[in-house]
Design a protein around this ligand. Sequence first.
Ligand SMILES: NC(=O)c1ccc[n+]([C@@H]2O[C@H](COP(=O)([O-])OP(=O)(O)OC[C@H]3O[C@@H](n4cnc5c(N)ncnc54)[C@H](O)[C@@H]3O)[C@@H](O)[C@H]2O)c1
Length: 328
Amino acid sequence: MGSPLRFDGRVVLVTGAGAGLGRAYALAFAERGALVVVNDLGGDFKGVGKGSLAADKVVEEIRRRGGKAVASYDSVEEGEKVVKTALDAFGRIDVVVNNAGILRDRSFARISDEDWDIIHRVHLRGSFQVTRAAWDHMKKQKYGRIIMTSSASGIYGNFGQANYSAAKLGLLGLANSLAIEGRKSNIHCNTIAPNAGSRMTQTVMPEDLVEALKPEYVAPLVLWLCHESCEENGGLFEVGAGWIGKLRWERTLGAIVRQKNHPMTPEAVKANWKKICDFENASKPQSIQDFPLPSSLPAFFLSHFFLFSFGRSYFLSVTNNGEKQWHR
Ligand SMILES: NC(=O)c1ccc[n+]([C@@H]2O[C@H](COP(=O)([O-])OP(=O)(O)OC[C@H]3O[C@@H](n4cnc5c(N)ncnc54)[C@H](O)[C@@H]3O)[C@@H](O)[C@H]2O)c1
């Protein structure tokens, strides 16, 4: 099992830590020596209202057990303020667990602008605001661990949650790019899609399921991903009831539907549809550079294909045996 994973001296900010999953993370981090910022706006699960009670109760709980914690009552929409609480209290910020969330479930046709916007503001923009406020501090200290909280609803879709699904998968896109931008500063960013009984799910889950899906069965994954010895970066994990699995992309071999000196037609797409969608011998692309270029492209493109990416060029060369290699 190895030695216990400790967080002594590490400053950990957990958003939405006044209840459910966030509370379980905050307690677990504090138990292992972290200095914890318990952030919670204290409203209801639809994002209405606010108050200090939720965060205060968890801070109390941590202190009673001998841990160190401070409360932050600001909305994640005000990321600078949330991170300032960590800096004022503990002088640094090492870990950000973006967890705060609300629901505004409606079938697609009934989603109002407000239901769409507030979900995006809290989940996606809130995670952006908090993470951006911590980012420069992490870069300067060349250390940081960040968690984004996605959802199976985003990964697979779910009836009545189009607003939530869109924001939740947006968080994966955000995490994917942060994992790349943070790598050289030892900032790792991973995404989880949890399953847990909480006030968010108790209305849709039977009681025994809520009991089996304890937030405490999600927290150990978050702690591991946020530990300094964890090299994982850019991963996506589903987790719940003591089970953890990793997800990745898969791409079919595909088909070339264009003939030399002929226009490309929808009929050719139709004719090749089975092959385009055939996952036999599928590849597992891991980066934007893993783009399959058909060998039928003119030699010039194959040897000089370049992709501009934020001021950087990636050059593709093709070796004699036809293997493609990307260079910066
Ligand atoms: N419980 C699940 O099965 C499940 C599944 C998939 C994803 N998630 C995600 O996990 C996270 C935690 O969910 P939970 O089930 O523990 O819910 P929860 O309602 O028990 O906890 C969410 C907490 O976030 C706080 N919060 C809401 N808006 C905030 C804001 N603007 N600023 C700061 N705090 C705010 C709430 O006050 C609440 O205490 C959410 O992002 C949720 O979308 C949960």
